[in-house]
Design a protein around this ligand. Structure first.
Ligand code: ARG
Length: 275
């Protein structure tokens, strides 16, 4: 499996664009680097081929969260369009990265807000496309065309809680039929759809989701997630055939990002859901 990371050379909290961020509290830079290094090492031990995108500038301290670079399906990549001006310049660097690495790459218009894989996940023969807070519904017309996702496979997921401003902090697909999720983050329609369509839906409590438990990287049967998972969640994962591995990641949580936010799958979504 190939995953894109970005070494946290300039990682910091310099502004506040989500409820987790407080620029008055300095980041422990050394510890952040150690936490990131440990994540990278554990992924590599699991056989992951880690690719790197270097942070281009101290002015883009959130660049480290590559789940927001864009999304890759097969050989096609779509670059994120950020809601906040502080992150908007990241797009051109990620565009360059995708093009230089051989992807057929689409850049959305400025007003088609969508923040990459953090907003969109395949599950249960469909693709969950989140909207609200950091993604506009209108961006999905081009996105689903480019990824050749038929209309009937698109499920819009409304996110209603500002602490769960990206889909990847309240939802995590383990495989086609299994996912972790935090029910309270979603609107009623989405809750109902998930319950009806995802065979093994592991419900994560609100408090546990606030500890970024749903923000996990899945490699084979291993679930990389933040330190502090409850016995209940660990048991539920075991029962589903998965093994949790805890990665302390609290310096990044101070920017509103956990383990998954630091990673972009480059070959997990190999075949766009087209049949
Ligand atoms: N500070 C970053 C932001 O607010 C955190 C991004 C977290 N990324 C994610 N995939 N959820 O944009």
């Amino acid at each position: 499996m190939k995953i894109l990371l970005s070494p946290p050379k300039y990682f910091d909290v310099m502004y506040s664009i989500n409820p987790w961020m407080n620029p008055d509290q300095p980041i422990g830079k050394k510890e952040a680097r150690e936490q990131w290094d440990y994540l990278k090492k554990r992924l590599e031990q699991e056989g992951v081929d880690v690719k790197l995108a270097e942070m281009p500038s101290p002015d883009l301290p959130d660049f480290v969260f590559t789940a927001n670079a864009g999304m890759v399906m097969g050989n096609r990549a779509i670059v994120s369009r950020f809601r906040d001006k502080e992150r908007q310049p990241e797009s051109e660097y990620f565009y360059k990265w995708f093009v230089e690495n051989g992807y057929e790459t689409l850049m959305l218009e400025d007003d088609e807000v969508w923040e990459g894989e953090a907003c969109m996940f395949p599950i249960a023969g469909h693709v969950l496309c989140s909207h609200g807070i950091r993604a506009d519904k209108k961006a999905y017309r081009k996105i689903t065309d480019f990824f050749r996702i038929p209309k009937e496979k698109v499920v819009y997921a409304g996110i209603i809680d500002p602490y769960f401003y990206h889909l990847d902090v309240c939802f995590c697909p383990l495989n086609e039929n299994t996912a972790m999720y935090c029910e309270m983050a979603f609107d009623g329609e989405t809750r109902a759809w998930l319950k009806q369509n995802v065979k093994n839906l592991i419900s994560v409590s609100y408090d546990e989701a606030l500890n970024f438990a749903c923000n996990a990287i899945i490699v084979n049967k291993t679930v990389f997630l933040n330190k502090g998972a409850s016995i209940e969640l660990i048991e539920a994962l075991h029962q589903a055939g998965y093994f949790p591995v805890e990665i302390p990641i609290h310096q990044f949580i101070r920017a509103g990002g956990g383990v998954k936010c630091l990673a972009l799958y480059l070959d997990r979504w190999d075949n766009p859901t087209s049949d």
